[in-house]
Write a protein that binds this ligand. Sequence first.
Ligand code: PLP
Ligand code: TYF
Length: 396
Amino acid sequence: LFSAVEMAPRDPILGLTEAFNADTRPTKVNLGVGVYYNEEGRIPLLRAVEEAEKARIAAHAPRGYLPIEGIGAYDQAVQKLLFGNDSALLADGRVVTAQALGGTGALKVGADFLKRLLPDALVAISDPSWENHRALFESAGFRVQSYRYYDAASHGLNRAGMLEDIKALPARSIVLLHACCHNPTGVDLSGDDWKQVLEAIREGGHVPFLDIAYQGFGDGIEEDAAAVRLFAESGLQFFVSSSFSKSFSLYGERVGALSIVTASKDEAARVLSQVKRVIRTNYSNPPTHGASVVASVLNSPELRALWEAELAEMRGRIQSMRQAMVEQLAAQGAKRDFAFVAQQRGMFSYSGLSAEQVERLRSEFGIYAVATGRICVAALNQRNLSSVTQAIAQVL
Ligand code: PLP
Ligand code: TYF
């Protein structure tokens, strides 16, 4: 049965963590995977999460099956975070939200549902994009192509190329967009860019699919939802996959959601019934712990204030690491201007390092980055910053 099974390629990012774990050098640094580490180099357990977990354990909550679409209070809290407390769409009952297994699970449920609706559609993703986007939509049966996004020369957005490519897509394509904190580049669209992209999508009759995995890591919780709010006001129907892996530091609990904006309350009911069918035939219903913790935090004024402060601290620490990295690289005499690092948003920076330079960082210094040059700025801290910047200056 298995004699002809070939070895599948390793995930380029998660595979790096395996290699990192096997490295015995005490000075090693993992800038590969997109995970937030605190100043002590550890994945934090947020205090808001700890409080909610204590209360949950004390309550001896039973673990029955959840509804197929997950915890109601969780789904509603997700909607408010994405669309705003006084969203007209929410008031009209036009948004369907289902708890999902992280942002990845939300993308997968959305992709499977879309395959039933638009079986021949082309899916367009940014060049570059998160590695899993292409694989996930291809495995749902779609053809996937990319639209120009990153401009290596300016370390910024190729706005004209992006618009041109979206306008050239066949009508009714599915356009996947990173709502904020673009992975892997750290390059986001301005408010004006978003308006132009939205109009290009409207003209083509395309279906927007916004992926928001880092809400709160750019400029703030509300600010980072600006693209979602813009699409919400546009009258278009669209998909949103969201994740609390990063913003609640709950990576392993798999807490995310799929939201779909429909044209009416009646449409919403029918769409939800189909989304539930996709979920039922995949994993029946979602797990309880992570989503109940997130719902308790978001729905308690005290815990929510604590979470917002903790998220602001994570965001602020990343921004100060960006600044410090730029300064230290200049101080180390790096032969390049890295000022762009401080302009980028979220956890990542496309550093401009070549695959060869990344390889030297690993072999000579035990510093792990993605071969594309993507580094996770959230893994830097005051202790490893000078060794990392020194090594970068050396391999340049
Ligand atoms: N989408 C993007 C752009 C991401 O970077 C990630 C990262 O993990 C995800 C989705 C998946 O999120 P999750 O870990 O919650 O599945
Ligand atoms: O891009 C990252 O590093 C995160 C984590 O298959 C991740 O999004 C990476 C690869 C993957 C799943 C999650």
